[in-house]
Design a protein around this ligand. Sequence first.
Ligand code: PGA
Length: 235
Amino acid sequence: MKPLIIANWKMNLNLEKSFAMMEYLEKSSYENFMIAISAPYLAYFAKSFYKIKFCAQDVSTVEGYGAYTGEMSADLIKSCKISHSIVGHSERRQLMRDSNMVVQKKADNCIKAGIEPIICVGENLEFRRDGNYKEFIFQQINESIPRSADSFIVAYEPVWSIGTGIVPTTEELSEMFYLIKHHPKLIRVAKNIQLVYGGSVNSSNCKHLLSIENIDGLLVGSASLSKKELDLILS
Ligand code: PGA
């Protein structure tokens, strides 16, 4: 099985540009690839490009359906034939103040609705410099993962690496990947956990990153907005 590659387009690319990119990507034969696209495009793209797997970027803490203007439940996303959703991305944790408790609720809602969550964790520079990053990640995982699940994906994305061009050293990544993969609660809660790395991934560093032990794939942000970069990453 090829490593899992998840493109995170965030709030980029208007409808026309996204559509053109999809037409191009549909020709790719890479089988373990999905794109986290903006919410308004999910249902439309999932119907138009059945060869591509799509992923939501977030879900609501509210379950099911009802009078919740502006909310987007996991059930609603599932009805658009979407199989995965990111939860707890550091941009949401920082900008929208999503706490571990909120992220866990979102992850639980995904599981209940039949969506596999991609739960993001990652320390900021302060924790990395203080040397408290291991405890921080340990707690983030403890408090953010769903209460019970067959399978889910954990994305290790150090905040200091997202969009900065700075990638942790091989030693730093090996240490974190090992710690995450051997986290006792993760092992207890789910049978099947995949670990992906995100933070300044591009075509020049992807092969090396994928060669590090305990990693199952990559979460690619800005580089995934370029056809050339994505082609190289998927090749
Ligand atoms: P980046 O973003 O690849 O632009 O660093 C990754 C992410 O935020 O998921």
